[in-house]
Design a protein around this ligand. Structure first.
Ligand SMILES: Nc1ncnc2c1ncn2[C@@H]1O[C@H](COP(=O)(O)OP(=O)(O)OP(=O)(O)O)[C@@H](O)[C@H]1O
Length: 249
């Protein structure tokens, strides 16, 4: 995927405009895991939403396998490039109903329960089979986040967008998620683009890190390099205030 000179301007209520993203250029190789880090409001979620066409850039273009996503059917795009938002909305019904929903939305028959797809997505999302019959609305936030991940995986997307995937998870669950995501990239060639504040999690899952500051890419490179040798004062400040402490590997 290639982002070419992406700018996103939004109108404020008073009619003035604000630049959310400015001239962002980014290349993500297939099967790579890239994480967006940066202060609150720096544009990470907006960038994920643009890649999924939940909104469109004001200028610039996003290419997927050489094709401008602006010319693609959004529903088909979202099947290939699935977004798991920070706050996952559960549909009414059981966890299984939620996992079947993407098929029903596409007017397809969900595979039978014996199909290996179900075990595969439950394992990747660190959920046991016992969850399938539970009412989705009764789950904890962390469990809902994992169901949201499993639901995104049932369409076997080529690219996964994750917004703050560890925000409701404890450390062992983060560790399990990091292992699942690495396996998705390495064994299945899925491309990952994540936004995360969790500086313990980021180096465990990402090959490359991109530091966004005020809508601009300020630094990018191997995640370990950015954390251990930040070049800009802004990244140094961000790392100190993010309280990564001695947690970095
Ligand atoms: N619907 C909207 N209308 C106007 N401005 C918005 C809207 N949504 C977000 N913004 C603004 O866009 C900027 C970028 O927001 P975004 O959510 O992309 O940042 P972020 O880096 O993901 O932040 P966080 O880490 O807090 O989630 C912020 O200044 C935010 O206030």
């Amino acid at each position: 995927m290639r982002l070419e000179n992406i700018t996103r301007v939004r109108l404020r209520q008073d009619g003035s405009s604000v630049h959310i993203l400015r001239d962002v250029c980014l290349e993500i190789a297939a099967g790579d895991a890239v994480v967006l880090i940066g202060p609150s409001g720096s544009g990470k979620t907006t960038l994920l939403r643009l890649v999924n066409r939940l909104e469109d850039p004001t200028a610039g273009r996003i290419l997927l396998d050489g094709m401008d996503i602006a010319s693609m059917n959004p529903v088909q795009l979202r099947q290939r490039v699935a977004l798991v938002p920070q706050k996952t909305t559960m549909f009414q019904g059981s966890v299984l109903d939620n996992l079947r929903a993407p098929f029903l939305l596409r007017k397809q028959q969900p595979p039978p329960l014996r199909d290996p797809l179900w075990r595969e997505v439950l394992d990747l999302a660190q959920l046991s089979g016992e969850f399938l019959d539970r009412p989705a609305g009764s789950l904890s936030l962390g469990q809902q986040q994992r169901v949201g991940l499993a639901r995104a995986l049932v369409g076997r997307p080529a690219m996964l967008l994750l917004d703050e995937p560890t925000s409701a998870l404890d450390r062992p669950a983060c560790d399990g998620l990091a292992r699942s995501l690495r396996s998705l990239c390495r064994t299945r060639g899925v491309t990952l683009l994540l936004a995360s504040h969790d500086l313990w999690f980021v180096p465990r899952v990402a090959d490359q890190a991109v530091f966004l500051n005020d809508g601009k890419i300020e630094e990018q490179g191997p995640a370990g390099d950015l954390f251990n040798n930040p070049r800009s004062a802004a990244l140094r400040r961000f790392l100190v205030h993010s309280d990564a402490g001695g947690d970095l590997p």
